[in-house]
Ligand binder design. Structure first.
Ligand code: G4P
Length: 283
């Protein structure tokens, strides 16, 4: 589901997240591997201050493999546990269990000291809209979908999915608001599809994407659309109109249709494995 974020929505999301956080030990934070920092909630570090945390680079299947490795390193250096995943196929998901154990080591040791043995780690999944939270919960929970129902002291309506003896997962994810720091961030969020298309100027957006691809992934563009000029974004869009036969009345290039094709090809991975940002831009 897409959201348009107003201050009221943000306050509500924050309140709900704070409620969830009272119940949990671990936050499983989902980022979009194609734009890990732009898809990261700006306040998560503060909100999740006292909780264990795992970062998942989701949609890793759509992103640039070498940059996935760079981003994994980046977040590891910042002290997080990190894993690349494809929530749709489940790739990478098994590796999360050992990470949970590592991330929650201190909590387990603390429990043990107090004589509490075998109390499961309680986790919640959090991330901005469309990052893949529901898909991930379905994949991660898989057949282990035994809902444990309401527990005393637990907010009414919250349900836990018992993944195994050691981990319980809140069945509804925490929806976080995205960054609004600057235009470049908003643009990347629009490119990856986390802002409603109706709110966007599609030709401008496709132009910005093409500008980036001409610089960073020219070969992928050439392969997909047989473009030859490699000059500017607008010319490239016109060439795509020709190679994809997007013409309006009077054989005028239909830039809007070509823009929709480019964005759809990028979002679905048909254009290839592409990442829109590099760690060094965020040091
Ligand atoms: P949300 O709860 O965070 O809002 O996201 P949701 O799970 O609804 O996922 C948003 C879209 O992203 C879905 O596509 C989903 O299939 C896709 N998705 C989630 N994780 C991955 C992943 O790791 N790799 C890829 N390639 N796609 C992923 P959709 O187009 O809305 O639905 P569908 O056509 O796939 O069913």
């Amino acid at each position: 589901m897409n959201y348009q974020w107003y201050p009221g929505h943000m306050m509500k999301a924050r309140r709900m997240m704070q409620e969830d956080l009272k119940l949990i030990d671990l936050i499983i934070e989902l980022l979009d591997a194609r734009a890990p920092m732009s898809s990261r909630n700006p306040d998560i570090d503060e909100l999740g201050r006292n909780k264990a945390r795992i970062i998942l680079l989701n949609k890793a299947d759509l992103a640039d493999k070498s940059r996935n490795a760079q981003w994994t390193e980046y977040f590891k250096e910042k002290g997080f546990w990190v894993q690349e995943v494809n929530a749709k196929t489940g790739a990478g998901i098994k590796s999360i269990y050992p990470l949970i154990k590592e991330a929650c080591k201190e909590k387990i040791a603390r429990d043990r000291k107090r004589g509490i043995i075998g109390r499961p780690v309680r986790a919640t999944v959090a991330g901005i809209p469309n990052v893949g939270k529901s898909t991930f919960i379905n994949s991660f929970a898989g057949k282990a979908c035994t809902k444990t129902g309401n527990k005393p002291g637990v907010t009414k309506g919250k349900q836990w999915i018992r993944l195994n003896k050691e981990v319980e997962l809140l069945d509804t994810p925490g929806i976080l608001w995205p960054r609004f720091d600057n235009q470049a961030v908003g643009e990347k969020l629009a490119m990856i599809g986390s802002i409603k298309d109706e709110l966007l100027h599609m030709e401008e957006l496709a132009g910005a994407l093409l500008g980036y691809l001409l610089k960073e992934y020219p070969v992928l563009l050439k392969e997909r659309y047989q473009i030859i000029t490699n000059e500017d974004a607008y010319k490239t869009l016109e060439e795509i109109c020709i190679s994809r036969r997007c013409f309006g009345k009077g054989e005028v290039p239909d830039l809007a249709r070509a823009s929709a094709i480019v964005l759809e090809d990028f979002r679905s991975g048909k254009l290839g494995n592409i990442t829109l940002e590099r760690p060094e831009e965020w040091q």
